[in-house]
Design a binder for this molecule. Structure first.
Ligand SMILES: Cc1cc2nc3c(=O)[nH]c(=O)nc-3n(C[C@H](O)[C@H](O)[C@H](O)COP(=O)(O)OP(=O)(O)OC[C@H]3O[C@@H](n4cnc5c(N)ncnc54)[C@H](O)[C@@H]3O)c2cc1C
Length: 563
């Protein structure tokens, strides 16, 4: 059995920042299914928001207002205030740790406009911001000699009497299954984009940490709010950053019309993502898409120099994956799943209802994004709340007296039962393949639970998901190979993903209104009277239970959202 005071699950930006902070107070380790530098944070392109005011007047209150308006007033305003007040400190910290941000002529950190923001507020490092931030944060972990269990897969939390005792995991390289004892755990496991067949996310974003918490009794909050990014490359769905529009790129339909002028006359291409995604989809659905499949993102007018300097990664992606040079041709783009606004229910201290369990980053729902996240706010959330989660977990674990965690028996028993569950998968004698079930589920989520939703579609999705869950009981035998058993991981994942999809669909069915990214064609208006509420989905022995909790409003009462 391994033992640490604090275990951080996840080596992305939120996990690395949490570990750096926690290590000030307690013995801390990171467990990550991939090497930290391969975490999905490294794929972030456009930038990170902070009201530095380097490109015009700005302050935390303007940032807070834009974030709350962007969230369609579902964000908890106390949490947004924390995030926007702390933003400059976190950026300067990263700068001092060596992050090579792009610069203004005067040498200040450069800031570009992003959707839904009233001011150019997005700090960036060309169009590879996530990569540079991740490397910078990882260096701090190396410097502090924090133990990293790289390529270990966490399968469950061990909880006794509502108190965290540890977790179970296996070493992907050897197949060794081990329990870990811990006084506190921070979940920083990222998003769940891979639930959708069309997604900008990588295939490791299966929402694993969310399900682990859900199965341990923590609610999943606001899971119906799934962000669809307007500009994913056609057909691969690799992201083309909002920074391309921030730099001045236009969206054009098959007639060459700059159609965003009709949908958001003021903000145009820089309206929030939910607005732009729906507008693109409408153009395509109403026959004004190029080949009825996509629209064009045109950056040619920016000129070669600006594209090479500000958007080099985008150019590479378009050339490598669509054989298009954006200097000479417009880029084919379509909406695709991009971000999970919902997640593990926790408060602004990153605490969950289980003592000793915290969550931060995309897997958490604190909630700073509400019904729609503004571009650039997610990287910020990972740093602000990663630090808070690490600090609170570290302080909590150091406050526990030795001996209060005498839970070896409980941990061993939980570990044996998890081991049995996994080896049970290797004894299957059915004929169902986990990857076929997964692909059917991912296609279903695009078909029935995408940008525009209806009761009929959602009910159909729910019935089909139940059918897929039934088929899971008849899996073929999973490989018993010890080394890099990806067959086992895929089988574990598909069960987790089906649980999560069920939560998304049920939460979406119950929310009979349209707000932010969640659009119900049968309930087209926002309904503050009934639904200015967070959805809480609990796993119970009798099935999924939905409850609601109040949204925290401090000084920005809900208003009509116009762009
Ligand atoms: C293509 C793309 C571009 C983006 N660009 C921007 C941007 O410009 N600005 C912005 O603000 N946001 C952006 N985002 C969103 C932002 O990048 C992410 O929300 C953020 O980086 C998530 O960080 P994280 O630390 O929460 O999770 P991740 O970086 O995804 O890390 C998750 C970690 O959890 C580990 N893990 C998961 N499950 C397990 C398990 N069961 N056992 C062990 N380890 C596990 C993984 O190994 C990984 O280390 C972008 C997203 C995408 C997809």
């Amino acid at each position: 059995m391994y033992s640490h005071d604090v275990i951080i699950v996840g080596g992305g930006l939120a996990g690395l920042r949490a570990a750096t902070e926690s290590s000030k107070y307690a013995d801390t380790a990171i467990i990550s299914r991939v090497h930290p530098l391969r975490s999905h944070s490294g794929a972030a392109q456009g930038g990170i928001n902070a009201p530095l005011g380097n490109a015009g007047e700005d302050d935390w209150e303007k940032h807070a207002y834009d974030t709350i308006k962007g969230s369609d007033f579902l964000a908890d305003q106390d949490a947004v205030e924390i995030m926007t007040k702390e933003a400059p400190e976190r950026i300067i910290e990263m700068e001092h740790w060596g992050c090579p941000f792009s610069r203004t002529k005067e040498g200040k950190i450069a800031q570009r406009p992003f959707g839904g923001a009233g001011y150019p507020r997005t700090c960036y490092a060309a169009d590879k911001t996530g990569h540079y931030l991740l490397v910078t944060a990882y260096e701090q972990v190396v410097k502090r000699k924090i133990k990293v269990y790289s390529e270990w897969f966490v399968t469950s939390l061990i909880v006794d009497n509502n108190s965290l005792k540890g977790l179970t995991a296996f070493d992907i390289r050897t197949g060794d299954f081990e329990p870990f004892k811990a006084k506190a755990v921070v979940l920083a496991t990222g998003g769940a984009g891979w639930l959708y067949g069309k997604s900008t996310n990588s295939m490791i974003n299966t929402g694993s940490g969310m399900v682990i918490a859900y199965r341990a009794g923590v609610a999943l909050k606001d899971m119906e709010f799934v962000q669809f990014h307007p500009t994913a490359l056609y057909p691969s769905c690799i992201l083309i950053t909002e920074g391309a529009r921030g730099e001045g790129g236009y969206l054009l339909n098959s007639k060459g019309e700059r159609f965003m002028q009709r949908y958001a006359p003021k903000a145009k291409e820089l309206a929030p993502r939910d607005v732009v995604s729906r507008s693109i989809q409408k153009e395509i659905d109403e026959g004004r898409g190029v080949r009825n499949l996509y629209v064009h993102l045109d950056v040619r007018h920016l000129g070669r120099e600006k594209i090479l300097k500000g958007l080099p990664g985008i150019r590479d992606i378009a050339m490598d994956f669509a054989a298009i040079d954006p200097i000479k041709e417009p880029i084919p783009v379509q909406p695709a799943q991009h971000y999970t606004m919902g997640g593990v229910d926790c408060n602004s201290k990153c605490e969950t209802r289980i003592k000793g369990l915290y969550a931060a980053g995309e897997c958490a729902c604190i909630s700073v994004h509400g019904a729609n996240r503004l571009g650039g706010n997610s990287l910020l959330e990972t740093l602000v709340f990663g630090k808070i989660a690490g600090e609170n977990a570290g302080m909590f674990s150091s406050s526990l007296e030795d001996g209060t965690q005498n839970a070896e028996g409980i941990i061993q028993a939980a570990s044996e039962s998890e081991k049995k569950r996994n080896s049970g998968l290797m004894e299957g004698n059915g004929d169902e393949d986990p990857s076929i079930i997964r692909e059917e589920m991912r296609a279903l989520m695009v078909d029935k639970v995408f940008l525009f939703r209806t009761k009929t579609d959602l009910e159909e999705a729910k019935t089909k998901l139940t059918g897929l869950k039934q088929r899971l009981k008849h899996l073929r035998a999973i490989s018993d190979c010890k080394i890099y058993n990806l067959d086992l991981i895929r089988a574990i994942e598909v069960e987790e993903m089906l649980d999560l999809s069920e939560v998304i669909v049920t939460s979406a069915l119950n929310r009979e209104e349209s707000r932010g990214s969640h659009v119900r064609l049968d309930f087209p208006n926002r309904d503050d009277l009934k639904f200015l509420k967070h959805t809480l989905a609990y796993k119970t022995p009798d099935g999924l239970r939905i409850e609601y909790s109040d949204v925290k409003i401090t000084k920005y009462p809900p208003e009509e959202r116009k762009y």
